[in-house]
Design a binder for this molecule. Sequence first.
Ligand SMILES: NC(=O)c1ccc[n+]([C@@H]2O[C@H](COP(=O)([O-])OP(=O)(O)OC[C@H]3O[C@@H](n4cnc5c(N)ncnc54)[C@H](O)[C@@H]3O)[C@@H](O)[C@H]2O)c1
Length: 336
Amino acid sequence: MRACRVGLIGAGGVAQRHARVLGGFDDVELIGVTDVVPDAAAALAAEHGTRAYADVAELLAAGPDAVYVCVPPFAHGPAEQAVLDAGLPMFVEKPVAVDLATAERVATEVNRRGLLTAVGHHWRYLSVLDEARELLADRPVRMVSGAWLDKVPPVAWWARRDRSGGPVVEQAAHVLDLVRALVGEVSEVTAYGNGTPPPVDGADIDSVTTAVLRFTNGAVGTLSAACVLGWKHRAGLEILADGLALSLTEEGLTIRDADGERHVPADPEAARVAVDRAFVDAVRGVGDDVRVPYAEALATQRLALAVSDSARTGATVPLTTAGSPAVLTSGVTVDA
Ligand SMILES: NC(=O)c1ccc[n+]([C@@H]2O[C@H](COP(=O)([O-])OP(=O)(O)OC[C@H]3O[C@@H](n4cnc5c(N)ncnc54)[C@H](O)[C@@H]3O)[C@@H](O)[C@H]2O)c1
């Protein structure tokens, strides 16, 4: 069996995780890594017995079968374009960009070239998702409340809106992606931020944001994001249907209905492995379980940006049934 030759763009925290997971697959060969910080690429390459390349072009010239793009939100775009130009399957870390224009451009190219893509929304691989779906199959969701209540992560770019997109785009996107998967598409968002950055040098993001969501299927919901704590307090969502309350986090699903309460544990690490396994299997042509291709992540990005735009402008942001807002960040209007 020929190994799937994988290259990594970016050598930071999440790239290190993918390298570790991929390194554990006996059908994957990590052929190299590149980073704008050469020492970072060299350190990760040394750890995995692979090569560090000076730039993306050199990495691509080494002939990978697939490439992971593990750069911060603001750095997306050029790396994806280079991988697309090389006609290669591509795994992109979430969020797919800091804005919508970049993500739309990449999505259009992905679509035009018909290339295989996957995005790192690994919560979609939590084992409890199927159970949640089954429980909701015969009763409509009435309400959802999602939350990501956390600290400011220790990466320099995180507290800058133009670098990370802010907590909703950067972090709560995982929750918004599951909201879309379990509840449906949002038709309208009204959000509020407190306008006060967290106490971190150079910060210009809201330290707390709360949004009201209206769904096309009649459900209503909220999404709250906060980065004012010194710890990860809670990340997940609660879904209410008639006679049913579901509480879902990366650690498991708590189900409360007329029969009482039960908890089904989930393994977040297994989901992080599964997202890579599914991508590699798809690249090798032996699997078809990529749950969030680029186009699907684009819809989550639209929703996250609708929340952050509404919080910034004070205006309600309408979205179409496809999850596409009529008016986008920075006043850019695109086809819905
Ligand atoms: N899916 C998940 O569970 C998960 C977990 C952690 C991080 N992430 C996401 O992954 C992304 C990166 O996060 P991180 O924690 O690895 O950040 P990080 O700051 O630790 O690492 C980012 C790396 O990318 C490099 N880089 C920046 N621009 C580059 C470019 N143009 N070309 C090549 N390398 C470049 C940086 O030098 C740095 O080494 C973020 O968007 C984050 O949200 C996802």
